[in-house]
Design a protein around this ligand. Structure first.
Ligand SMILES: [Zn+2]
Length: 500
């Protein structure tokens, strides 16, 4: 038996209290004052907060566990569960493995050299065989399904093709998916019209699962893009959880956006930073990304298409975010320095970086003020997703999301009551996923929890020095087993892949 003694227990939802928490095997078996401690492994929690393990609602860890099954940057923040395959992007189902691998590499890493799977269930089996330290919760991914059934072109499905896509989404849910993700700025997901989204969302509704979209436009058109997904949710009957709510273009849009989302009944997640990170290729207009990675690379090697891309960036296209044209090269970083700092023409620089990396470059885009990040964080429908992308010079959110939200915004700045901040990282996220076995400290539930020193727990990762885990994490347990002890990983891998 394990007893965590004398900590201030945040139960997940509700006010904290001082208590001992006892664990046998994978479960919490007792909570109370001065539980018997003889013959037990005792962890002294005096002066610390004991919270349910944190849940990351937006994790790009679909392939990372093949390289580091400890998922070290995540467990060192206190995450014990994360939702994978967001943004409509997933390694399965897959027909053209090398093309999918090339497109996903900048966001998800490459995974094993040879992908031995076709179906979503086969991919989850391979992922489970890596024995991750924390629990990975899969999402069915619209873009992956579309690519599998229709290929990578800008086409609309026939009725039988739409049925085939619905069948693949159903297989995804039967294999274990808890959400249906969309990435309507990624390819080929961006080629889908609203009717296609509704048809697939109906399958999510059969499983009571939320839709989790990266909406079609997060710039000046963000309100209309969110309205499209609210319509899809209403027509299909599936609940709506928006990924990484933000506005890339104009901060005055944030308040009307939050008002609209709150009224719609949707929830959303946020990474608590004023910069985003995604594929460098997302700076290209849609036509340049048609047909997959090889076709994209061929286009950006040709002088005529390079000139056409430059012209589109200069003037924009209807409905296109055009992040390079909107934000400018000073606010876009690749590998730690901005596009502007590299000198020369910005579009030429971006295209060269894409060619040199075979599209496997990621970027960091600085778009929001600290004040607007906190405005979004205060909203009662906010939950937390790291959107953490592994890489040589990652966005600091990979290492700092939970300590920045809970340690900095909540504990230091008092942006929210502490129990409210904890609820968003734990019980409310579990509720959104329909996971009744975790997210709370209650007798009978899974012993997933994190023991924090509130005076030391804060994000240390920065844009300049992103690979820094927070201090103050005294312990992290997954299913009763310590994966972190005194700020160090133990090497234990008791997590897994959640299946149905
Ligand atoms: Zn996204």
């Amino acid at each position: 038996m394990l007893v965590v003694h004398g900590a201030r227990v945040y139960p997940g939802e509700g006010l904290p209290y001082e208590a001992d928490v006892a664990v046998v095997g994978r479960s919490i078996v007792a909570i109370g004052a001065n539980l018997p401690r003889s013959d037990c492994q005792v962890v002294d929690g005096t002066g610390c907060l004991l919270c349910p393990g944190f849940i990351d609602l937006h994790a790009h860890s679909a392939l990372a566990s093949f390289e580091d099954p400890l998922l070290t940057p995540k467990i060192l923040q206190g995450f014990t569960t994360e939702v994978i395959c967001p943004d409509g992007l997933a390694p399965a189902p897959v027909a053209d493995r090398s093309a999918r691998q090339a497109y996903l590499r900048a966001l998800e890493g490459g995974g094993p050299a040879h992908w031995g799977w076709t179906s979503f269930a086969e991919y989850l089996d391979a992922l489970a065989a890596t024995r991750p330290a924390l629990t990975l919760v899969p999402s069915a991914a619209h873009g992956a399904v579309r690519d599998f059934v229709l290929g990578s072109g800008n086409v609309s499905p026939t009725a039988p093709q739409l049925e085939a896509m619905r069948a693949e989404v159903r297989l995804g849910f039967e294999a274990g998916a808890r959400m249906l993700s969309f990435g309507l700025v990624y390819f080929p997901g961006a080629f889908a019209g609203t009717e296609e989204l509704v048809a697939l969302a109906e399958v999510a509704a059969e499983f009571g699962a939320p839709l989790v979209p990266h909406v079609r436009n997060e710039g000046a058109g963000v309100l209309d893009a969110v309205k499209e997904m609210v319509e899809v949710s209403r027509r299909s009957g599936a609940p709506l959880h928006l990924s990484h709510l933000k506005c890339l273009a104009d901060e005055t849009l944030i308040e009307p956006l939050l008002a609209y989302v709150d009224e719609s009944g949707a929830t959303f997640d946020q990474y608590p930073y004023g910069a985003g990170s995604t594929l460098l290729a997302s700076l290209l207009p849609g036509w340049a990304q048609e047909g997959g990675a090889a076709a994209t690379l061929a286009r950006i090697a040709q002088p005529e298409t390079r000139a056409r891309i430059a012209a589109d960036v200069a003037v924009g296209l209807p409905g296109w975010e055009n992040q390079l044209g909107t934000l400018g090269p000073e606010r876009i970083d690749v590998d730690g320095s901005s596009i502007a700092d590299r000198g020369g023409d910005a579009v030429e620089t971006v295209l060269d970086l894409l060619l040199e990396s075979d599209l496997a470059a990621a970027m960091i885009l600085h778009y929001a003020s600290d004040a607007s990040v906190r405005l979004v964080a205060r909203d009662p429908h906010q939950l937390v997703g790291s959107d953490g992308i592994f890489g040589a010079h990652p966005h600091p959110r990979l290492y700092g999301t939970a300590p920045r939200f809970l340690g900095r915004f909540v504990l230091r700045e008092g942006l929210l009551p502490v129990e409210e901040g904890v609820a968003r990282l734990t019980a409310r996220a579990a509720d959104r996923l329909g996971l009744a076995d975790r997210g709370r400290i209650e007798v009978g539930l899974r012993a997933d929890f994190v023991l924090l020193d509130p005076d030391r727990y804060v994000d240390d990762a920065t844009y300049a020095d992103p690979k820094r885990s927070p201090e103050g994490v005294r312990g992290v347990w997954v299913a009763g087993e310590a994966v972190v002890r005194d700020g160090r990983v133990t090497g234990a891998r008791p997590g897994g892949v959640l299946r149905r």
